[in-house]
Design a protein around this ligand. Structure first.
Ligand SMILES: [Zn+2]
Ligand SMILES: [Zn+2]
Length: 213
């Protein structure tokens, strides 16, 4: 296992790649490198920097977030975590081929399934898991209270929310979940989304057009 080469600060390394310009993140949690999501090209990015994650969290099972997941887990020999409700997508990525994917995606097995009430893995004890379905069954957001950071996958974007028209999606579940679980977080919380620029909980609470009643 290579030594971590990103500093244990609160700033994650951000990689954006693949057809859907999907964001992946690499966090240094006191020496433990946690990768969040695995779009196309993330493996190469990590290899180039010789940064082997110690664990990989998949916020949900959509193809653009799991493209490199199996390959990263194999290269880094790291455990993979995701929510049980998104396992059907992670284990049968071919079920997403109806969306016109150009190639097969390798299934990725969870080392451990994580639910909202599951204690997080010992290496990231401070993390809180929020289950916010509606964009995808089993969508997990990772909240780090000490640094006020939320890694939200495709739940909440700057000025937007995740689409709810894909299989298993629900606008009501999505909006209710955001209102109940994300908006109560401290307004200065930085939101690192699955697509697009970072934002804050406060900014979205006051101006996101999908969240104004
Ligand atoms: Zn998605
Ligand atoms: Zn996405």
């Amino acid at each position: 296992m290579s030594a971590p080469k990103i500093s244990p600060t609160s700033t994650p390394l951000i990689f954006t790649g693949g057809l859907a310009e999907t964001n992946a993140y690499l966090l240094n949690l006191q020496g433990h490198l946690l990768a969040i999501d695995a779009p196309e090209g993330f493996l190469n990015f990590l290899k180039t920097k010789n940064l082997k994650p110690h664990s990989l969290l998949l916020t949900h099972g959509h193809w653009d977030h799991i493209w490199d997941a199996a390959a990263i887990a194999e290269w880094a020999t790291c455990p993979v975590y995701y929510h049980p409700d998104t396992a059907f997508l992670c284990l049968q990525p071919d079920s997403m081929l109806t969306f016109g994917l150009p190639q097969k995606i390798q299934p990725v097995h969870a080392t451990q399934l994580l639910e909202e009430k599951t204690p997080p893995p010992p290496a990231w004890p401070q993390a809180k898991l929020l289950h916010v379905p509606g964009h995808c069954p089993g969508s997990l957001c990772l909240y780090l209270p000490q640094t006020h950071q939320l890694f939200g996958g495709d739940v909440l974007f700057a000025d937007g929310v995740g689409r709810w028209d894909l299989p298993g999606g629900s606008r009501d579940l999505l909006i209710t979940g955001i209102q109940k679980k994300i908006l109560p977080l401290p307004p200065q919380t930085t939101v690192y989304p699955g697509h697009g620029p970072t934002t804050t909980v406060g900014r979205e609470a006051s101006s996101n057009p999908f969240l104004q009643n």
